[in-house]
Design a protein around this ligand. Structure first.
Ligand code: PMP
Ligand code: GLN
Length: 387
């Protein structure tokens, strides 16, 4: 055999290993406090883990419905009605998925044809662009306006073409913690109404929103909802990112096509966890108290960071807050993130990793969804920073 084996053409030639894995690995290697990848280091609800245990003991261990455990879908529809005044049919509009990332990939794969354009705001959660490109579609990149990371709507209007298939939004936003306002919704509406443009709304941080701000879910707006896939994650809502369980809500027409893709990929998700969540979701306080709980952590972290030279770029939601170091260093953000991990023992995420062309505004992302002692230990490492 003369030809190199195996000889395959990469579907993602420009893609390496996700920054979350890179930084978490480095954190382990250098025994650093990990404020990089977004996951809580505190325990999830014992009541919920007991409900999973009960579901398994009660025999809920076989495949459930392809679209998700029916009682869970019913309760999700009730929650959508209570929270957002949305009318959602659990039979035809909700599909439970193995995480929010999978829901996003499936929605994109459901609708994208080669050559379609998708508007993506950067910094963008790192799965979006590869998910678009693997479908032969083209990400049309728009930078959020630094430093408040708001959407430049005039640029969005200017970049709409006959090939624009979809606009992707994410509120609260990873990595910046920015949130969409009612005015943003108006702008979005004015751009899409009367067109065939679809919306993918990543709302995995729906309950992690602070400062008394109301979450602008697509579920609130029937005219936008009819053209949207809205993606959620139980991992974020119940402090169990390792569960990889989420769901997607869309119109019956869009969901019918989504299920065609889903049924031959995952088919159905973890049954005992769905049975458990169907029960636990009745505890409204568990998700309604999340904003206050995590805002306290954000504020605690923000206060600690005042003793460092980093400059806060305020977050209003998500697990994250971004900090600029432009005032004290010109180093590339990836280099600084590596140096902080290796030499100081604190892992973060360089925000340039969320830009396709590596735009570097000298900003690091910190995950504050941690125990107070973890945050204290982490920030103490920055006190020794040589600048
Ligand atoms: N979207 C964003 C913006 C996220 O931060 C995450 C968290 N990883 C997800 C989607 C996906 O969540 P999941 O872990 O449920 O796939
Ligand atoms: N959403 C998490 C973050 O942004 C990580 C998810 C992942 O590792 N894929 O840190």
């Amino acid at each position: 055999m003369t030809e190199k084996f195996p000889s395959i053409q990469s579907k993602l030639p420009g893609v390496g290993t996700t920054i979350f894995t890179v930084m978490s690995q480095m954190a382990i290697e250098y025994n650093a406090v990990n404020l990089g990848q977004g996951f809580p280091d505190f325990l999830m609800s014992e009541e919920l883990t007991s409900l999973v245990d009960k579901a398994m003991k009660d025999g809920f261990n076989q495949y459930t419905h392809m679209a998700g455990y029916p009682l869970l879908r019913e309760r999700l529809a009730e929650k959508a009605a209570r929270s957002y005044n949305a009318s959602v049919d659990p039979e035809t509009q909700i599909t439970v998925t193995p995480g929010g990332t999978y829901a996003i990939y499936t929605a994109l794969t459901t609708v994208l044809q080669p050559g379609d354009e998708v508007i993506v705001f950067e910094p963008a959660y790192d799965s979006y662009i590869p998910n678009i490109e693997i479908n032969g579609a083209i990400p049309v990149l728009i930078s959020l306006q630094f430093p408040d990371y708001s959407i430049p709507w005039d640029e969005v209007k200017a970049k709409i073409t006959a090939r624009t298939k979809m606009i992707m939004i994410n509120t609260p936003h990873n990595p910046t913690g920015s949130v969409l306002s009612e005015n943003d919704i108006e702008q979005l509406r004015s751009i899409v109404s009367g067109t065939q443009i679809l919306i993918l709304s990543d709302e995995v941080y729906e309950h992690l929103i602070y400062d008394g701000i109301t979450h602008q879910s697509m579920l609130r707006y029937p005219d936008l909802m009819e053209r949207s896939f809205v993606c959620f994650s139980f991992g974020k809502t119940y402090h169990c990112t390792g569960w990889k369980l989420g769901y997607c809500i869309a119109s019956p027409a869009l969901m019918k096509e989504f299920r065609k893709v889903h049924q031959f990929n995952c088919f159905s998700c973890d049954t005992p966890k769905q049975v458990a969540v169907a029960e636990y979701i009745l505890n409204e306080d568990a998700y309604k108290s999340l904003g206050v709980f995590l805002q306290q952590k954000r504020d605690f972290f923000r206060e600690l960071m005042k003793a460092t030279p980093f400059k806060c770029i305020p977050s209003h939601g998500s697990y994250f807050e971004c900090y600029s170091y432009a005032n004290f260093s010109n180093e590339a953000d990836k280099d600084l993130a590596i140096r902080l991990t290796k030499d100081y023992g604190i892992a973060t995420i360089p925000v340039s990793a969320f830009y396709k062309n590596g735009e570097d505004n000298k900003v690091l992302r910190f995950c504050f969804a941690k125990k107070e002692e973890t945050l204290q230990r982490a920030v103490a490492k920055l006190h020794n920073l040589k600048i």
